[in-house]
Design a protein around this ligand. Sequence first.
Ligand SMILES: Nc1ncnc2c1ncn2[C@@H]1O[C@H](COP(=O)(O)OP(=O)(O)O)[C@@H](O)[C@H]1O
Ligand SMILES: CC(C)(COP(=O)(O)O)[C@@H](O)C(=O)NCCC(=O)O
Length: 309
Amino acid sequence: MTRVRELSPYVELNRAQWRELRDSLPLPLSEDELVALRGLGEPVDLDEVADVYLPLSRLINLQVAARQHAHSTTTGFLGEDCGTKVPFVIGVAGSVAVGKSTTARILRTLLARWPDHPRVDLVTTDGFLYPKAELVRRGLMHRKGFPESYDRRSLLRFVTEVKSGAREVSAPVYSHTAYDIVPDEQHVVRQPDILIVEGLNVLQPGPSLSVSDLFDFSIYVDARTEHIASWYVDRFLALRETAFANPNSHFHHFAELSDPEARVEAEHLWSTINEPNLVDNILPTRPRATLVLRKDIDHSINRVRLRKL
Ligand SMILES: Nc1ncnc2c1ncn2[C@@H]1O[C@H](COP(=O)(O)OP(=O)(O)O)[C@@H](O)[C@H]1O
Ligand SMILES: CC(C)(COP(=O)(O)O)[C@@H](O)C(=O)NCCC(=O)O
């Protein structure tokens, strides 16, 4: 184990060192299950689940118990009922196209296999983007994914209600096909043991209480900006045969583009929207994460940085 710097709040481990912390926890995931969790262009294999995600699942399992204990201490101090469980909330942040959704889905599946917290729910923050009409009204159509394109107050209220133990809390749902919020769809969260909140900007601090203040643990999925740019372009090219091929897709007009034409479009979207958002808004939140998963150019996670203080 190497210390990042003397007196640093972080400890940095390479994959071999991190793998040791699995502590013989069995692998509760099959190849078929993993394939179903992988996003487009995400090559994560069972070795990576065993080396990286199992130690993480073990660490979070320990922290759920510790958090519950800390909560009971506070409720006992207040003379309130110590028996109620407060959902443990995990934030997953990182750039567009870095693979956050795959990380969040693998984590959700692994955490749900522990008998002490089987109910794990996952919400993506795209549901809290303003609807297209509102983004147009605010002049934010080219700022989708920037902090100001989200209804941050609703997101904060949603997580607060889940943490307060509300029986049912609804989140709006976003569709990449429609490029908009789906008017009549809701994701209903019913008293989970763990809630994962995944999105570009979940670690953003705010002028007052923000959603990251409610996180018990947070993960930043990280890679070099130029590697993420190439993953974004490759995924855009691949989407022509999948999502863009759907005539209802907002991006359907890209489906027929040649490789060089599609590359130009993807590079334009990257350099005008997603890269500035990464550099200006997302990367500055990285130091706030409890854990940073650092990916190599082949998407494999080769380093882990844990905040220990
Ligand atoms: N235009 C699109 N059409 C359909 N699916 C998309 C589109 N853009 C991104 N996705 C999918 O949405 C999910 C989230 O993508 P993104 O926000 O880039 O985060 P990440 O790649 O970090 O998970 C991914 O599974 C991705 O494949
Ligand atoms: C929907 C997103 C803003 C991500 O939302 P998140 O769930 O991370 O809050 C992003 O995937 C997106 O579509 N960005 C717009 C720019 C682009 O299409 O690349």
